[in-house]
Design a protein around this ligand. Structure first.
Ligand code: I3S
Length: 131
């Protein structure tokens, strides 16, 4: 049918490589471990893959062939803010807090790139409205 030829990921909002670290797991503080990872924002889910070995082009064409996600973050009920200076010495750091009490820091050296992510993730969160 015609609709089976529709783009398989029309909900894809953004994808790219970001630095990230999980800092809290459901209330339990973790040791920071920054890594660069392929990151995908689709609807209510932000996914951090294990590494950025997969090219952007390959991943966009075949998202299902990527390796298992390292972290899958449900954005409903989450908050996103610029991290305070005490959270990291890096520049352009965002802090994502999930509804179940986990926290991630997200960073990119490019202000333009991190700002685009900030807008995209914030838009997703506000569209979900905490439902
Ligand atoms: O908040 P911290 O402890 O200063 O975070 C740094 C550590 O995670 C450090 O790892 P070690 O604890 O193994 O040295 C990282 O290498 C640093 O990048 C972390 O600090 P920044 O300011 O980059 O988030």
């Amino acid at each position: 049918a015609w609709h089976s030829a529709a783009p398989p990921f029309k909900s894809l909002e953004k994808a790219g490589v970001l630095n990230r670290t999980k800092t809290v797991d459901r209330g339990k503080r973790l040791r920071k471990n920054w890594s660069s990872s392929w990151t995908v924002l689709e609807g209510r889910i932000l996914t951090f893959f294990k590494d950025s070995k997969h090219s952007a082009a390959g991943a966009l064409r075949h998202p299902s062939t990527l390796t298992t996600p390292e972290h899958t973050v449900e954005l409903s009920g989450a908050t996103l803010a610029w991290a305070s200076k005490d959270k990291s010495s890096k520049k352009h750091v965002l802090e994502l807090k999930t509804r179940e009490g986990s926290e991630f820091l997200i960073q990119h050296d490019s202000e333009q790139i991190i700002t685009a992510w900030q807008k995209a993730i914030s838009d997703s969160i506000s569209r979900l409205g905490g439902c």
